[in-house]
Design a protein around this ligand. Sequence first.
Ligand code: GUN
Length: 288
Amino acid sequence: MSEKLIDGVAIGKEIRSEIKKNVSALIEKGCTPGLAVILVGDNPASRTYVKNKQKSSAEVGIKSELIELPMTVSQQTLLDHIIQLNNDTSIHGILVQLPLPKQIDENIIIQSIDPEKDVDGFHPINVGKMIIGQDSFLSCTPYGIIKLLERTGTEMSGKHAVIVGRSNIVGKPMGQLLLQRDATVTYCHSKTKNLSTLTKQADILIVAIGRANYITDEHVKEGAVVIDVGMNRDANGKLCGDVDFSKAIEKASAITPVPGGVGPMTITMLLKNTLHSAKKYYAQGSCK
Ligand code: GUN
């Protein structure tokens, strides 16, 4: 393997073994971390993500509960499930897999989750706390990317980080977390003019746009660290990122592969958030 490769599987494994030890210690004290996952409908990608989240939870000793609801479920029924989980003392994390069907308002659902159990970090209270630097659940993908940068010894302070993509889940929180680590942050998106002029200034280039192989060597500065959040299929049906890996690696000093880069870190941070939540409930004497 190239020494330029940022190995999310290996780094994820390291962190998961630390999480597993912490989960065991908590279980010995009588508190088993519990994660509830709600899956609505039968989107194959969502089903795969949920399966992986459950499998990874089991591997570190977190108890997970899957609630499957049909595509046609009403918003009220979904809300009723969330309220029940908010009140369930054996559950410390609640995750509603997105996207949701059209009859359901995603914002209403996210806001109905108890912010203290919002292990996805999507609730406006957690987003707000994150922005002002208070302790909160952090959105798992950007949090995982920060851990990748930290564990590969990538300096963030004073560096120019360019983020391509402005989603609530990845792009926006990513910029805030880098800003907190004293990076200078530029956001780019679908309406950005002269994209490559901006991306070529990046010391750290983070790409989350959902377009197969869109970013090439022409977008990358010599020596940049490139993080690819994309998860797409190319014309041959092969899994690929938003970055044309074979071209970008020529310029990058370090780069994440797809698969095996950011993906494993996202799930790892979900486990970390769930552990963190259970620990807090335990400290309050309310982990059953
Ligand atoms: N859909 C795609 N990514 C995510 C995620 O990180 N959390 C949830 N809940 N749904 C998603």
